[in-house]
Design a protein around this ligand. Structure first.
Ligand code: HEM
Length: 451
């Protein structure tokens, strides 16, 4: 078990702070959330209302899995995220509309289609390794991973030959809107309108308009070509609801394309960056992982059939997502007044299933703040409640990209750890921040040396 003070870099606050709420929501979540079944984050009268945090896997399973129909996405997270993930996309759809959008997208995430993407994952990783070899030294792996996973999601969504989008410009435009999520969630909670300014709000609005335009152009360009394609956009374009015959409107296509491009890269990028940062701190685990990769693959390109030989890589990624889950929590509200275990919830009341706290709960994990990929050895993982570890959510609305992300991350992690040794950057202090994903506000610079 590896320990380091930066693995739990803050003390939960007894009294919430508005400043903290905008930059790192989880610091406001009280200490009881790490030891009780549920906890209430105290309010800041008259501004911030109290917030219910649920941390018990049994209650979470009931709400997300067994009684999923009784709950819907809550309006606060919907408002906070709707800047980055569009409102009329699969992510926010409900009821029959959600069911058909999910069915329309499902073929793209079938196992055999995901395995067919492995050569793309491996090629993008070796292009990055090639670039890193020319620039040995200290690199911030957080933006590096964003560029890498964005290049991949573009190829998965738009096809391997698509070069219409300026990737660098798109990522630059995206950064302010990802960072604005914390402000928007805070404003939603304290009842301020979306249009209320925050630092960088004008730039954010301009960026969002540009991103939408760029995505609309991609859809229009594809519509103008008559040929069908097997990439995600191609599947969405040809999807038809078997019950109603309905197809996606242009607005729905643009929203879903945009959602896949954002939800499909930023999350995997953060998980990978945290995994590399943890491995840089824990050198023996890094050496063990490299030995697994060398034994399984040697110097040749990684192929789909290698995945099952990379079990320890999978364990490292799960342990990284346990300590630093890209999505810190899942918000829901009951459609009507409801009970959940001992809790009475009125219709529309926000309940946060507090993934960050569940993953570090003292009743669920031994030495919860320590890094130990052995926790995810198959036998130990099987013995655990399925909602004790929920980086991708659970139930019918579980992340549709879960298997895509796991395969992608294993290939990328194996490709990079095989080629480079990672060490902590001297004098760097990590500062946690919550936006769309859980990130370090000071980046994750690492010393990267060729092996
Ligand atoms: C490490 C990577 C990822 C993490 C941690 C992650 C996490 C999540 C979580 C927590 C949810 C919400 C579940 C809920 O509300 O119950 C979600 C939903 C979703 N994710 Fe992911 N995700 C990842 C990668 C991806 C990828 C690669 C894609 C697409 C290519 C994707 C697309 C989506 C979509 C479309 C939804 C909405 C699904 C629905 O409501 O039916 N995600 N993800």
């Amino acid at each position: 078990m590896f320990h380091d003070p930066e693995l739990m870099p803050f003390t939960p606050r007894a009294r919430p702070s508005l400043r903290v709420a905008a930059f790192n929501q989880i610091e406001n979540w009280p200490a009881e959330a790490y030891r009780d079944r549920f906890a209430t984050m105290r309010g800041l009268w008259p501004l911030l209302p109290p917030t219910l945090l649920i941390c018990d896997p049994i209650l979470i399973e009931e709400a997300l899995v067994t009684r999923a129909d009784a709950f819907e996405r809550d309006r606060f997270q919907t408002r906070a995220l709707s800047n980055v993930v569009n409102r009329d996309s699969l992510f926010f759809a409900e009821g029959a509309d959600w069911r058909w959008q999910r069915r329309a997208a499902a073929p793209a995430f079938r196992h055999e289609n995901l395995l067919a993407l492995v050569p793309i994952f491996a090629r993008c990783a070796s292009d990055l390794a090639e670039r890193w070899r020319r620039s040995d030294g200290v690199l911030d792996v957080a933006p590096e991973m964003s560029k890498l996973t964005f290049a991949i999601i573009l190829r998965a969504v738009l096809g391997d030959g698509e070069r219409r989008l300026d990737e660098r410009k798109f990522l630059e435009a995206l950064a302010p809107s990802l960072a604005s999520v914390g402000w928007r969630f805070l404003y939603a909670r304290i009842g301020l309108p979306n249009a209320f300014p925050f630092p960088g709000s004008r730039r954010t609005a301009q960026s969002i308009a540009w991103l939408r335009e760029a995505t609309t152009d991609l859809v229009a360009h594809r519509r103008a070509q008559s040929k069908s394609a097997e990439d995600i956009l191609g599947l969405l374009l040809s999807a038809q609801d078997p019950e109603t015959g309905r197809m996606m409107t242009d607005d729905e296509l643009v929203s879903n394309l945009y959602t896949f491009m954002i939800a499909g890269h930023e999350t995997s990028a953060t998980a990978l960056a945290w995994a590399l940062w943890l491995l840089a701190k824990d050198q023996p685990t890094q050496t063990r992982l490299r030995a697994e990769i060398d034994a399984a693959i040697g110097a040749r390109e990684i192929e789909a059939q290698d995945l099952e030989k990379l079990g320890f890589a999978r364990q490292v990624l799960c342990e990284a997502m346990r300590l630093f889950p890209p999505a810190i929590g899942i918000g829901r509200a009951p459609r009507e007044d409801a009970t959940l275990g001992p809790l009475r919830l009125s219709a529309g009341r926000l309940a946060i299933f507090a993934t960050f706290c569940v993953h570090r709960h003292e009743k669920l994990w031994e030495e919860p703040h320590g890094f130990d990929p052995e926790r995810f050895a198959p036998e130990r993982a099987k013995a655990r409640h399925r909602c004790a570890f929920l980086p991708f959510g659970a139930g019918p609305r579980v992340c549709i990209g879960m298997n895509f992300a796991m395969i992608e991350m294993i290939v990328l992690l194996a490709s990079l750890v095989r080629a480079f040794r990672f060490r902590p950057a001297p004098r760097h202090r990590m500062v946690l921040g919550t936006g769309l994903t859980l990130r370090s506000r000071t980046g994750l610079p690492l010393a990267v040396e060729r092996v």
